[in-house]
Design a protein around this ligand. Sequence first.
Ligand code: GLN
Ligand code: ZN
Length: 758
Amino acid sequence: MKTSIVGYPRIGSLRELKFACEKYFKNDIDETQLKDTAKKIRLQNLTEQKNSGLDFIPSNDFSFYDGVLDTAFLLNVIPKRYKNLNLSKADTYFAAARGYQGTKGDVKALSMKKWFNTNYHYIVPEFEDDTQIKISDCKPFELFSEALDNGVKTKPVLIGPFTFLQLAKYTGQKNKNDFWESISNTYRDIIKKLSELGAEWIQIDEPYLVKDLSKEDTELFTNIYKIILKDKNTSKILLQTYFGDIRDCFNAVYELDFDGIGLDFTEGKETLNIIKSNGFPKDKILFAGVVNGKNIWKNNYAKTLNILNELKRLSVKTVIGSSCSFLHIPYTLKNEKNLSEDYKKYFSFASEKLCELQELKKICESENPLKAPEYISNAVLFSEPRSGHRPDIAEKINSLSEKDFTRKPAFAEREIIQKNRLSLPLFPTTTIGSFPQSADIRSVRAAFKKKEISENDYESFIKDKIVKCIRLQEELGFDVLVHGEFERNDMAEYFGEHLDGFIFTEKAWVQSYGTRCVKPPIIWGDISRSKPITVKWSVFAQSLTDKPVKGMLTGPVTILNWSFPREDISLKESAFQLALAIREEVEELEANGIKIIQIDEAALREKLPLRKSDWNTEYLDWAIPAFRLVHSGVKPETQIHTHMCYSEFDDIIEEIDNMDADVITFEASRSDLAILDVLKEKNFRTEVGPGVYDIHSPRIPQKDEIKNTLKKITERISPEKLWVNPDCGLKTRGIDETVPSLKNLVDAAKEIRSETKV
Ligand code: GLN
Ligand code: ZN
């Protein structure tokens, strides 16, 4: 039996690549130094994988910024605006990734999108009508040779042409149907070259196959691979899929002349069933993705063995593999010095998962697998009760009934009660929560965390910031104020740190995009709230002003989506636990006189399943109730807001309305306001605050510009339902650009107000 992985993290176990790139961007190091760092990381990865005993070691999974962008450069899918800058190859690449502003021109970056259902973001390739697909980079070849020089014959990894065409943007008249033939021919050339260099296996990633596919999609896939696999060279081709099962196209995949097929047994709920009902081609090898590449818990060998045994029974030739690239998990537990062994023994990061693959192989090959020491110790671990169980919480969740998810009275009635209580003007102005976090705030917060300053000093520091923030909003003329969120580093982490049930790592970074990494908290046990989290700050802020100050919370779905979730209970269970905890905070804010409470669900859409048919059953059916559970207990006069970081919710508009919030603010300034037509069409009842100021850019929006946007909005949304606000929190902005922008926003609202008759 052999072992394989789809890919490995590449940022460096201590984020060496991130730091080197950032130095390169600032001209502190040159290209050679940057490349040296990259090579060191690759060779470290190679050694690690080789020493673990891994049979199929990937190459070309390395990237300076993003693998899809690398593929675009490999295929010469490079928009002219970047080529025309006449920069070096490396700088042209970074210009496309990050934009360029300098002596040679001023161009924006290519856009960026979420990579399937992960928190990784890829760069969206752009085809122009005159794009000529041809091999225009040698990274796959160089990295294969580099590993070979270091004694390892790797399995080069390529992002597949089908996925690439599907994810790309077409800026002219042509579309994927105009490019598929030339892209297929180019992949043939690439494969030929890798073959000539001695590659025995080549892995082609086609994650797009796990999405809902139309007949045309499947045809396109087949046509592409008929060309690629025609008169195959000496290399064997592994078609790799991940993030789900291939229920729509397994027939097409089976029929093509692949030597190996990589299937996901972790997220692919139907994968085993497909094989049980339809068999698996005798002439192909199955690369079985049984070790989870997306989460950090140890593999449950008993469960994995069940799958492998079933495959054996069906006489499927199997390689034991990872479910997807380890890109989505941190490097190694070895860097975690503070986490006790009691926790660590349950976890497995990328490097530890390499060992799991070897253990699984050993177990499978042993005469009596169930007696293998590796199997036994794993079984013991999974049979031991874990700390962090709170039967009382499970009990609470079990006893929830419909009424706990239903706020009373109905929205229309509440709306009147709240309007009377708050007596806000038309077009009430507000912000999304955070105010600019200058360096002093970050350093004081860090010092407090390290216990370098006392709690008292820290509190007075934050209170001073809150006072200034309230005064500023009053001067600017806002109607509904915020306290500024100065006490928070990150909107999910902050709540994780203040709830029981979470644990934190020191160095467990995961690449989010380019040089950006995140360090998600881990949900360890049952979640509960033992003390108030935000109440003292909100109450203090409210004591400073007669205007309503919003209490600011992060919602259960967002906290869950930005953490590593548990595997021993369902996501729904965790979401409900979080909801009950945040619900207590909501009720305490209300009891302390807070009239408006905002519960952010910035990441609600993020984990929407890849297939539409799974949206409700696997996600929305618990995500929306989890949100309702948070606020269903408040009084009719308490106004509940929520916020989302995007406006693409045309397709889940009814579910959003069903969250039953009183007001929703969302990003709209960069989109074309198309969402507003949908809101109108669907009779969206929740009041809305479409963001009229793009906080993702340092640009100051002018008053008239905001006014015009507001006018356009009022053509679609009735003034009684409309709020005026920026499109997200101001945390990352500088104060100098924020103040004039907010002033323009308030002034625009005031003018529109005086011009509007209802
Ligand atoms: N309340 C948060 C803030 O203002 C919301 C951030 C977000 O949506 N990402 O920072
Ligand atoms: Zn946002």
